[in-house]
Design a protein around this ligand. Structure first.
Ligand code: RFL
Length: 392
C-alpha cells in the first residue's frame, strides 16, 4: 500500500493533520492501533486554548465545539492564606478557554475526516518506520490479528504519542531527548458529579495539591496529588471525596458535590521533548514530539497547532516542491513547546511542595507562597499569568 503521507495515530494531532491534508487534496492515510469506539471515547483533556479554537474554526472543524463547548474564564486558588480568584478574561489577551472534552473533539474530527472520504485503518499498529532518511520511507504494521503489512510513503507523520512507533524508530543519536521527572504524581479522577465551583479550582494544602475542573453539566475532573507508588484503585471513593473536601477546604468554602468516580488514572508529572522533531522524512507532532505535564493543560493545544504547521509545510512540499516549511517545522514548533514547558514548570512549582533532596524545604515553601502572593496582589503578574495560561 502507498500514500504520500502516512499519519500514525488518530488523536487530535493525527486527525487535524489528516483533515487538513484531505481538504487540500493531499493523498494520505491514518493508521490507528485502537478501534474506532476506543478512539472516540478516551476521556482526557478538556481545556481548549483560544488559538486552538481559531485553528479549528479556520478549517471548518469547530461545529461541534461551537454548539457544545462552553466558555470558561475564571480560576480560584485556595491556599493556607485564604482564597482568591482570577477572571483571566480581564487580563492578557482577554480570551477565555473553551471547555470541550477531548474525546468529543476527536469524534468530531473522525466524522469529518470519514465524511470527506478520508482513508483510515483502525486496529492497525505501526511497528516501525524504516528508511526515513532515504527516498522511500516505509511503515511496517500489523493488524488486530497480528498479520504484518507495509506502507510506502513520501512523508511519515508520527502522531502516535510518547510510546509510539515514531519515537521508537529514531536512530540512536539522531535526536536529543530531554526528560524531566518533576517528582510529583497526580491521581486523576473523572466523577459523575456536577461541578462544585464555577471556576477551575487549584488548592494547595500541606497534604498535597487538589484540583477541580468542570467537564460538562454532570461530569467533573478532579486531581489529587498522591505518593508515587499509588495505584489507581488504592483509594476508596469515600477516601477520595474526604481528601478532596479536606484539601479544597470544604468547611470554609462549602462541600463538594459528590458522585460516582467513573475513571481513574495515575499521572506522574513529567516533561519530555525531542529535538529536532524530524529525522529525514519522519516528522513528530503532538505527544510524540513533546509531553507536557497536564498542570497547564497544553498538550492537546500544542498537538493541534503543530498539526496545522505540519499540514501547511507538507502541502507546500508535495504540491509546489517547496520544502522550506518542512525545514522550519521543528524550530517553529519547539519555540511554542519550550514556552509551554516553561509555564507548566512554573505552575508545578506554584501548586506543589516538591521533593526536596537538598533539605531546603522551608525555603522552597516560602518561595512558593511568595509566588502565590504575587499572583494574588500584582496586576502585571496576573496579565503574565493570563497570557501564558490561555496562550499557545
Ligand atoms: P494521543 O491523543 O495520545 O493520540 C495518539 C494516538 O496514536 C495511537 N497510537 C498508535 N497508532 C498506531 N500505531 C502505533 N504504534 C500507535 N501508538 C499509539 C493511539 O491509540 C492514539 O489514538 O496523542 P496526540 O494526538 O498527540 O494528542 C495529545 C493529547 O492527547 C494530550 O497532549 C492531552 O490529552 C494532554 N492533556 C491535556 N491537554 C490539554 O491541552 N488540555 C487539558 O486539559 C489536558 N488534560 C491531558 C489532560 C492529558 C492527561 N493524561 C492522559 C495524562 C489530562 C490528562 C489526565
Amino acid at each position: 500500500d502507498t500514500a504520500d503521507v502516512v499519519i500514525i495515530g488518530a488523536g487530535p494531532a493525527g486527525l487535524v493533520l489528516g483533515n487538513l491534508l484531505l481538504r487540500r487534496g493531499v493523498d494520505c492515510v491514518v493508521l490507528e492501533r485502537a478501534g474506532r469506539d476506543d478512539v472516540a471515547h478516551r476521556a482526557r483533556a478538556g481545556f481548549l486554548a483560544p488559538n486552538t479554537v481559531r485553528i479549528l474554526q479556520r478549517h471548518g472543524l469547530a461545529e461541534g465545539l461551537g454548539r457544545r463547548g462552553r466558555e470558561h474564564g475564571v480560576c480560584e486558588f485556595r491556599t493556607e492564606d485564604g482564597r482568591f480568584r482570577i477572571d483571566y478574561r480581564q487580563f492578557g489577551t482577554g480570551d477565555p478557554h473553551t471547555v470541550y472534552p477531548q474525546h468529543e473533539l476527536v469524534a468530531d474530527l473522525l466524522d469529518h475526516y470519514l465524511d470527506g472520504g478520508g482513508r483510515i485503518r483502525f486496529d492497525t499498529e505501526a511497528v516501525a518506520v524504516a528508511d526515513a532518511d532515504g527516498p522511500a520511507p516505509t511503515v511496517t504494521v500489523r493488524d488486530g490479528d497480528g498479520r504484518p503489512g507495509r506502507w510506502r510513503a513520501r512523508y511519515v507523520a508520527a502522531c502516535d504519542g510518547r510510546h509510539g512507533a515514531g519515537r521508537r524508530s529514531l536512530p540512536p543519536g539522531s535526536v536529543r531527548h530531554h526528560h524531566r521527572d518533576h517528582g510529583v504524581t497526580w491521581l486523576g479522577l473523572l466523577a459523575e458529579a456536577p461541578p462544585s465551583l464555577d471556576a477551575v479550582g487549584y488548592a494547595t494544602h500541606p497534604r498535597g495539591f487538589a484540583g477541580h475542573m468542570a467537564r460538562s453539566a454532570d461530569i467533573t475532573r478532579y486531581y489529587l496529588q498522591c505518593p508515587r507508588e499509588t495505584r489507581a484503585d488504592d483509594w476508596s471513593e469515600d477516601r477520595v471525596w474526604d481528601e478532596l473536601d479536606l484539601r479544597m477546604r470544604a468547611p470554609d468554602y462549602g462541600p463538594l458535590r459528590r458522585g460516582r468516580v467513573i475513571r481513574r488514572s495515575v499521572v506522574p508529572l513529567a516533561s519530555d521533548v525531542i529535538e529536532p522533531l524530524r529525522h529525514g522524512a519522519l516528522f513528530l507532532a503532538g505527544d510524540a514530539a513533546a509531553l507536557i505535564s497536564p498542570s497547564a493543560a497544553k498538550g492537546a493545544n500544542l498537538a493541534v497547532l503543530e498539526a496545522e504547521i505540519l499540514a501547511d509545510a507538507l502541502t507546500d512540499a508535495l504540491a509546489q516542491g517547496d520544502s522550506s516549511g518542512l525545514d522550519r517545522y521543528s524550530e517553529r514548533c519547539l519555540a511554542h513547546i519550550w514556552r509551554a514547558q516553561e509555564f507548566s514548570h512554573w505552575m508545578i512549582r506554584l501548586l506543589h511542595r516538591l521533593p526536596d533532596p537538598e533539605g531546603t524545604a522551608h525555603f522552597q515553601e516560602r518561595l512558593r507562597s511568595a509566588r502565590m502572593a504575587a499572583l494574588r496582589d500584582s496586576a502585571p503578574q496576573r496579565h503574565w499569568f493570563a497570557e501564558n495560561y490561555t496562550g499557545i
